[in-house]
Design a protein around this ligand. Structure first.
Ligand code: NCD
Length: 311
C-alpha cells in the first residue's frame, strides 16, 4: 500500500486510497488478533513512546497493545509523573525524547497543533492520539473500519454525528474521513455546541434530534466535553438528555437497522441511554474498541515501512 507520509497527524489531507489502504491493512490485523497469532518481528528493536498530556483509557491502552503485539518496546509517559509537571516546555520534552532515539511517538495533548509542532522537532514518526479540539485520526479510522465491516462499504452511508461537535476532535476527524470516503454527514446538536463553520465542512446541520436522525444509517454520539467549556453551554445534564440524549424513542427516526456508535468514555444518561448503548441489535460500541487495536497496529506498521529513524 502507498502511504507517502512520515507521520499521522490528521485525516484532513489524506486521499481515499491512503485511507482505504490503512483500513485494508487493519482488516488483516483484526483477523490476526482473532486467530491469536502474533507478528512480533515487525517492530522488534523499535521503541514506541506513548506521551499523554490528557487522560485516556482506550487510546493509550490500545496503542500499547498494538505496539506490543508487533514486538516494539513500549514506554508509557503520563504527564502527571513526568517533568512537565516541573515546568518543562513541550519542545524541551521533545528534545529529551529525541535524544533517547525513540522510533514512534504517540502524542495526546490538550492544545490543538501540539503533535504537528513535535513532528517538526523530533526525528521519530509522530502519531496524533488526539489534540485539543483538532483531530483524532486513529479514532476516525477505527470508526470507519467498524462501519465498513458491518456495511461492506462506506460509500453512500448517511451518518449523523450528534452532541458536542464544537469541542470534538473525533467529530472533526470523522467529518473529513467520512466525507472523503463518500458518506453523507449530518451534525446534530444545540446551536451552542455546533461550530459556526460546520456547513463549510460540507455537512448538514440540525438542531433537533428527531429531524437529524431521520433515515440515517449510523448515529455517532459524542460526550459533552465539559473540560473544554470555559462556561456552561448547556442548561443541565437532565435537560440535555431530554433534548439531545439518544434513547429508543429518538432512535426510532433512524433506519430500522441503524448502527449506534460512541468513541467513549460514555456518560450514560447524559448523551446516551444505557438501554441503547447496550442494545446488541444496534450498538457497535464494543466492536469499535476491538477495531482500535487493529487500526493502531496498521498505523504503526505503515509508519515503520516509511523508514523509521534507526532503520
Ligand atoms: C475521545 C477523545 O479523547 O477525543 N475519546 C477517545 O479517544 N476514545 C472522546 C472523548 O473524550 O469524549
Amino acid at each position: 500500500m502507498r502511504y507517502p507520509h512520515r507521520h499521522l497527524l490528521a485525516i484532513e489531507g489524506l486521499h481515499p486510497p491512503e485511507i482505504a489502504g490503512l483500513l485494508d491493512l487493519a482488516e488483516s490485523y483484526v483477523l490476526l488478533n482473532r486467530s491469536g497469532k502474533t507478528q512480533r518481528d515487525l517492530l522488534r528493536g523499535r521503541t514506541l513512546i506513548n506521551l499523554f498530556y490528557e487522560d485516556s483509557t482506550r487510546t493509550r491502552t490500545s496503542f500499547e497493545l498494538a505496539g506490543k503485539r508487533l514486538g516494539a518496546d513500549v514506554i508509557n509517559m503520563s504527564v502527571s509523573t513526568s517533568s512537565v509537571n516541573k515546568g518543562e516546555t513541550l519542545l524541551d520534552t521533545a528534545a529529551t525524547l529525541n535524544a533517547m532515539r525513540c522510533d514512534l511517538l504517540v502524542v495526546r495533548h490538550d492544545q490543538s497543533g501540539a503533535p504537528n509542532l513535535l513532528a517538526q522537532k523530533v526525528s521519530s514518526a509522530v502519531i496524533n492520539a488526539g489534540d485539543g479540539t483538532h483531530e483524532h485520526p486513529t479514532q476516525a479510522l477505527l470508526d470507519a473500519l467498524t462501519l465498513r465491516r458491518r456495511r461492506g462499504t462506506l460509500e453512500g452511508l448517511l451518518v449523523a454525528i450528534c452532541g458536542d461537535v464544537l469541542h470534538s476532535r473525533v467529530a472533526r476527524s470523522n467529518i473529513h474521513l467520512l466525507g472523503t470516503m463518500g458518506c453523507r454527514v449530518r451534525v446534530v446538536g444545540p446551536p451552542t455546541l455546533i461550530p459556526a463553520a460546520a456547513a463549510a465542512l460540507g455537512v448538514e446541520v440540525f438542531h433537533d434530534m428527531q429531524a437529524g436522525l431521520q433515515g440515517v444509517d449510523v448515529v455517532m454520539m459524542l460526550r459533552l466535553q465539559r473540560e473544554r467549556m470555559a462556561r456552561s453551554l448547556v442548561p443541565s445534564a437532565r435537560e440535555y438528555f431530554r433534548f439531545f440524549g439518544l434513547d429508543a424513542a429518538k432512535l426510532a427516526s433512524a433506519k430500522p437497522d441503524v448502527l449506534v456508535m460512541h468513541p467513549g468514555p460514555m456518560n450514560r444518561g447524559v448523551e446516551i441511554d444505557s438501554a441503547v448503548a447496550d442494545d446488541p441489535l444496534h450498538s457497535v460500541i464494543g466492536e469499535q474498541v476491538e477495531m482500535g487495536v487493529a487500526v493502531r497496529m496498521a498505523v504503526l506498521d505503515v509508519l515503520s515501512r516509511g523508514g523509521l529513524r534507526n532503520g
